[in-house]
Write a protein that binds this ligand. Structure first.
Ligand code: ZN
Length: 345
């Protein structure tokens, strides 16, 4: 494209000039493809690439969870395995992270494209499948590869679906293979949310089933969850993604590099591995989420608060029915390798 412009000299003469615009597209393409492009230079002290390049993030659920994966890609995480069978729809634009041009596209493919746009060197496997009984543990092993056996603590598996069976299966897979684990749920209307996290040998005060025992009991008694993302605005997803991301970095960086503040955070909350977030001043009335009324003074608190709640293993001595998954010990190292088939837990 040529651009015509006019120059007026001091004596009033008008002359026409033709300018050639600088070649922005070519320059831009070169910049993206330059091998020395240093995207993560400013965060190396906290999140060194040589550590994060060894890690694999497995994401089960690519709806609200997409914000977590995109955020981790911006932190330098470069290996992803995304599992979701769902398609992006128009209604997701207001509550999750998709855009209109992605409607009808597999959520895992849209997320993969976005991650590669953030870091062109990332390795993203998009698995469009449902984590149901047709998907065996052997299928999982072949999808993940040798790292599952050789370096399970270099993996983080995230349960970020609103399907309870898929969340439960993800937890069972984490326990069977000894993988650090994170699971999150958004409560009705986006007025609150929770994150559970575990790391074998570190967070030994509860397994996922201890922490969510009453929910497991309810589903086994026939409960059907009818909570959707209705009335849950985009910022609730984004707010949860932020705390999920910080916790994910605690798990990924655990004892990896003493210069990083994330290196030992997990030790500080090893027995408080269940987090709740209040995202509305009405969360107590609407959701029965009263922990904030007990822990945050109303003179200062309103919403956007986080509590890290102490956990104990579910056993009779602690006043609970004994946990059928960990046997009431909360010992995740003992649980590793003890589950024959995660579909039958
Ligand atoms: Zn348990």
């Amino acid at each position: 494209m040529l651009v015509s412009t006019y120059r007026i000299s001091r004596n009033g003469r008008v002359s026409e000039m033709t300018l050639r615009p600088p070649a922005f597209p070519a320059t831009s393409t070169q910049t993206v493809n330059e091998p020395e492009l240093d995207l993560f230079a400013r965060i190396q002290q906290e999140l060194p690439e040589e550590v994060l390049n060894q890690k694999l993030v497995i994401g089960v659920g690519a709806g609200s969870g997409r914000g977590l994966y995109e955020g981790l890609a911006r932190c330098g995480v470069s290996n992803f395995l995304l599992i979701d069978h769902d398609y992006a729809e128009g209604v997701n634009v207001a509550t999750q992270h998709s855009v209109v041009s992605e409607n009808g596209k597999r959520k895992v493919n849209a997320t993969k494209e976005r991650i590669l746009d953030i870091n062109p060197k990332a390795h993203v496997t998009a698995a469009s499948l449902k984590l149901d009984n047709r998907f065996s543990d052997k299928d999982f092993e072949s999808l993940v590869g040798k790292k599952l056996v050789n370096d399970p603590t270099d993996i983080l598996i995230c349960g970020l679906t609103d399907s309870f069976p898929a969340q439960s299966r993800t937890a069972n897979l984490a326990m069977k293979y000894g993988i650090p684990y994170l699971a999150a749920q958004l409560y009705a209307g986006g007025e609150g949310g929770e994150v559970y996290f575990s790391y074998p040998g570190v967070t030994n005060n509860s397994c996922p089933r201890c922490a969510l025992g009453s929910r497991y009991d309810a589903y086994e008694a026939g409960f059907h969850n009818n909570v959707t993302s209705n009335a849950s605005d985009y910022f609730s997803s984004l707010r949860m993604n932020a705390i999920e991301g910080k916790i994910a970095l605690m798990l990924l960086m655990y004892h990896e590099d003493k210069r990083s503040r994330y290196s030992n955070m997990l030790d500080m909350v090893a027995d408080r591995n269940f987090v709740q977030v209040r995202m509305s001043p009405f969360a107590g009335d609407h959701l029965g989420l009263h922990v904030f009324d007990r822990t945050i003074t109303p003179d200062y608190g309103f919403f956007d608060d986080t509590v890290w709640i102490p956990q104990v293993p579910n056993n009779e001595a602690n006043g609970f029915k004994t946990c059928p998954l960990c046997g009431g010990t909360g010992d995740l190292l003992a649980l590793k390798g003890s589950i024959a088939d995660t579909r039958e837990v």
